[in-house]
Design a protein around this ligand. Structure first.
Ligand SMILES: Cc1cc2nc3c(=O)[nH]c(=O)nc-3n(C[C@H](O)[C@H](O)[C@H](O)COP(=O)(O)OP(=O)(O)OC[C@H]3O[C@@H](n4cnc5c(N)ncnc54)[C@H](O)[C@@H]3O)c2cc1C
Length: 483
């Protein structure tokens, strides 16, 4: 990149928003994706805009000079989406952190996209409102990145995924044009194309999201959280299906395999010096919650408990165990799970294949997961089945393993594992990714899932980004998977 580009950025943004020193550039050299410890990639220049117009100015400079641009938010992405590409301008989007409008009457918030999920909720709380998108990374991850990665969250089974909240977005395209996509504050529309939904999961390859209008909710008055163990994963899935069929409005539901269940029982033993009363035969644990008016949640708890018992499941008696699951989801405090990440990540990283598997094939996918991890010499961390469509069993599954990123061969084996798991998901009529995205891991390899539609995606990319300067390579070419 020529120094004239940096000078031009300084001229348009002002000196205080453009950075070229190594110390600043280095802090953007990785995200949370597994990669060898000494492998990093630096941007040429970092900019920190605070408005849509400033983002547009940056992209115009990039367009005029054919320089790549990478949007960066909290850096917690697990697919390498925010990792700088060679010679790029990196846009740190976190300066776009203002809430622009809280419309209580229409239950809608208009916000700049660089605000973190937690900060947005702090602002909404002042109005008695809540955005229920709830990833564990919420203190660091932003609204724009949640849209860009199509993330999942704890309350997906009640409120859905990003597309369910998103009414419109303002984006800066690859030509530096500013466009609003979507349908203002109406909650549904059948006019035009739903271009705002194209931004969901686009990982910054079609546009930089600078503003989002989201549906928000009142916080529930009361909540109950429960857990039950089952003899098989499929019985846990089937009880959840029965709860929904019965008319219960489940607020969150996570099914963990035996391996993950052992985290909880082991931690409990460590902490309290005795084992919790979990039967030997337990192969799966279902954590679930109901939120709403007190009487309704109490009724729901009792009804759900009766369904659990009818199905041969056993409710977990130890409240500490149940509540610490909730804590681990919501406060990023892992007590009493000291062996769970992030502590364990001081030794080894958490790496996942994030697959969508049809509901009848979860047992089969689980067996294959154990085989594929073993074949690649990786230690299994465990499987968690999240649900991400409102009011239905809708598995988004994290098949996690430990990855020692101090060991380049283990990182290589991890991506072999990801490719084999992803292929397995497609062969089971599922999908390769449900919350991480393609990033720089699945790009190109994802043709296995999309077939000829992959070329249509390239065409769409050309419409929004004719010079291929927006996060180039991401989604379309893999750095790690070559077959
Ligand atoms: C401890 C931990 C817990 C996690 N928990 C969850 C979870 O519960 N659910 C879940 O789904 N994920 C989870 N993740 C993964 C990660 O947090 C999400 O993918 C999140 O969206 C990344 O947000 P970020 O702000 O860190 O984005 P980054 O990693 O900085 O960027 C992610 C992608 O978004 C693009 N991007 C960022 N901002 C914009 C923008 N304004 N416009 C266009 N593109 C943009 C980037 O280019 C990149 O491709 C977790 C990760 C960690 C480390």
């Amino acid at each position: 990149m020529s120094s004239a580009v940096v000078d031009e950025l300084r001229r348009r943004l002002g000196d205080g928003k453009v950075f070229t020193d190594d110390f600043v550039r280095f802090t953007y050299s990785r995200d949370w994706s597994p990669r060898p410890a000494d492998y990093y990639s630096m941007p040429e220049v970092v900019v920190r805009p605070t408005s849509t117009e400033e983002v547009a100015e940056v992209v115009r400079v990039a367009y005029e000079n054919s320089v790549p641009v990478v949007p960066f938010a909290g850096g917690t992405g697990m697919g390498g989406g925010a990792v700088p590409v060679e010679g790029c301008i990196l846009i740190d989007t976190r300066g776009l952190n203002r809430v622009l409008e809280v419309d209580e009457e229409n239950m809608v918030v208009v916000t700049q996209a660089g605000i973190t999920v937690s900060a947005l909720n702090e602002e909404l709380a002042k109005h008695g409102l809540w955005w229920p998108h709830d990833p564990e990374s919420k203190p660091a991850s932003t609204v724009g990145a949640a849209i860009a990665c199509d993330n999942d969250g704890t309350f997906g089974i009640r409120y859905g995924k990003l597309a369910d909240y998103l009414l419109n977005v303002v984006v800066v395209t690859g030509k530096g044009e500013v466009v609003r996509l979507g349908h203002r504050k109406a909650l549904c529309s059948s006019t035009g194309y739903k271009l705002h939904w194209l931004m969901v999961g686009a990982e910054g390859t079609l546009g930089i999201v600078t503003e989002a209008t989201l549906r928000v909710f009142k916080k529930p008055e009361a909540r109950v959280v429960e857990a039950a163990v089952f003899k098989s994963l499929s019985s846990a899935v089937s009880v959840l299906e029965k709860m929904i069929q019965a008319g219960l409005c489940v607020e969150s539901a996570h099914i963990n395999c035996k391996k993950r269940l052992q985290f909880y029982t082991h931690a409990y033993r460590q902490r309290y010096g005795r084992a919790p009363e979990i039967p030997e035969w337990a192969e799966a644990i279902l954590f679930f919650s109901f939120g709403g008016d007190r009487d309704v949640v109490e009724f729901s708890r009792n009804y759900a408990s009766s369904l659990v018992e009818k199905a041969g499941g056993v409710l977990v008696k130890e409240r500490e165990l149940v509540e610490s699951w909730w804590t681990s989801k919501h406060l990023l405090e892992f007590e009493p799970f000291k062996q769970k990440w992030p502590d364990s990540q001081r030794m080894k990283k958490f790496g996942a294949a994030d697959l969508g598997i049809p509901i009848g094939r979860i047992e089969e996918a689980y067996r294959k997961y154990l085989e594929i991890a073993a074949k690649n010499g990786l230690e299994v961390l465990g499987m968690c089945v999240y649900h991400q469509r409102p009011n239905r069993v809708s598995p988004s599954i994290s098949f996690a393993v430990f990855v020692d990123d101090g060991n380049p061969d283990e990182v290589r084996r991890f991506y072999k594992y990801v490719s084999e798991m992803s292929k397995m998901a497609v062969d089971l009529e599922g999908t390769m990714s449900t919350y991480i995205g393609d990033g720089e891991r699945l790009g190109g390899f994802n043709k296995y899932e999309h077939g000829p539609a992959f070329d249509y995606m390239l065409e769409v990319k050309r419409v929004f980004d004719p010079k291929n300067i927006l996060n180039p390579g991401k989604k379309f070419a893999s750095k790690w998977i070559k077959d």
